[in-house]
Design a protein. Structure first.
Ligand SMILES: [Fe+2]
Ligand SMILES: [Fe+2]
Length: 373
């Protein structure tokens, strides 16, 4: 072999290596960006984003994400672009898509019309199906069809799409697991609240109303969905420490003695003790701990004041006091709603955070536009 031929061989090898490196770099940076974007999204948002990304990356006219419905042995359309019917479901007898899912391997055809497939897309050109396989279970499949240039899918495309599919599957799986955990946590919390409400007839319904008021205030203050969810949990659990307060004190028909008062005043700290083992609830626990603090520090149980009191606790205390004042108690009749609101407003800047009182006033006025001041 002459020197020139050898050089041109080396040059070709180098060019090939550079191209491969460049492709790999692009793939890795796409995957990295995608993993950043997908984390924190809901399952629906993930499905939408992955379809969009696949269409842009491979220049296909049609793309769909299907989720496995194990119980009914079928795949259901979750998101799509192009020539795809939104109600499309793929049953077990489908040879292309279902095979990719059950074999956990990608399937590609140059001409869909030659593949003898079920009639789920009008696409006639190439088709690529990548299974969405998570760490624990199969999530579904990603279908890409009809490239803009009429080109087929090459091995590089398949490799890249399989990487995207696996990234998407793991993120969806995590989101589903997280949702299941959250549902489990919420069910456990509701059982705790039931146990509390059963312990005294005066607390029945209190938790539910306080939660409604607190969420009303949070929405009026513009809190995001995640923050509102934490506030809901905090409100549901705020008086859980009262489980340890003897029933005769909770149900006492007259004023409490000083000693009895002391027992009741311990309930935020008992709540902290009960829930302390929930590492996932640390912010909620702080809200519970400080829900009887005063904005000006005047009668704070634990010595906090102003913005040192967590926001959840500042919201909770307004919701809590409003409900306590506007409900019957063993030792006094309830006050009318308007009168209670006036009293809350008169304590703005003393017992309550003025911003929270303002939000509560706004929310309550929207709920009952005629009579609120
Ligand atoms: Fe309380
Ligand atoms: Fe309460």
């Amino acid at each position: 072999m002459g020197e020139n031929a050898a050089h041109s061989g080396i040059q070709k090898d180098l060019e090939l290596t550079v191209r491969e490196l460049s492709d790999t770099y692009e793939e890795l940076s796409l995957l990295y960006k995608l993993s950043e974007v997908l984390s924190g999204m809901s399952v629906d948002e993930i499905a939408e984003k992955v379809v969009e990304e696949a269409v842009d990356t491979l220049d296909v006219k049609t793309a769909a994400i299907l989720f496995l419905d194990e119980e009914n042995e079928r795949l259901v359309t979750k998101s799509f672009r192009g020539r795809w019917n939104k109600d499309t479901t793929i049953h077990k007898d489908d040879r292309i898509i279902w095979n990719a899912v059950s074999e956990r391997k990608p399937v590609a055809f140059c001409k869909l019309s030659d593949a003898g497939h079920a009639d789920y897309t009008h696409a006639e050109g190439s088709i690529l199906v990548c299974p969405l396989v998570g760490k624990i279970r199969v999530i579904g499949a990603m279908v890409l069809a009809d490239r803009e240039s009429n080109a087929e899918f090459y091995s590089n495309d398949i490799k890249l799409m399989m990487a995207i599919a696996s990234q998407a599957a793991i993120t969806v799986e995590n989101a589903l697991l997280y949702k299941e955990l959250e549902d489990f946590l919420l069910a456990a919390i509701k059982s705790l609240v039931k146990a509390l409400e059963a312990s005294s007839r005066w607390t029945a319904g209190h938790t539910e109303r306080v939660t409604e008021y607190a969420i009303g205030i949070g929405s009026a203050m513009g809190l995001g969905v995640k923050h509102l969810e934490r506030l809901r949990i905090c409100s549901l659990l705020h008086d859980i420490g009262k489980i340890a307060v003897p029933r005769e004190i909770l149900d006492k028909a007259g004023r409490l003695t000083e000693d009895e008062e002391k027992v009741v005043r311990r309930h935020p700290l008992i709540g902290v003790e009960i829930l302390g083992g929930f590492r996932q609830l640390q912010d909620v626990i702080l809200g519970i701990k400080y829900h009887h603090e005063w904005w000006d520090g005047g009668h704070s149980l634990l010595g906090l004041k102003g913005e040192d009191i967590p926001l959840m606790a500042r919201i909770l205390t307004v919701a809590d006091c409003f409900d306590a004042m506007s409900s019957d108690r063993p030792y006094r009749r309830r006050k009318a709603r308007d009168e209670t609101l006036k009293e809350i407003i008169s304590l703005s800047g003393k017992q309550f955070d003025p911003e929270v009182v303002e939000a509560f006033k706004q929310w309550l006025t929207q709920q009952h536009p005629v009579s609120a001041p």
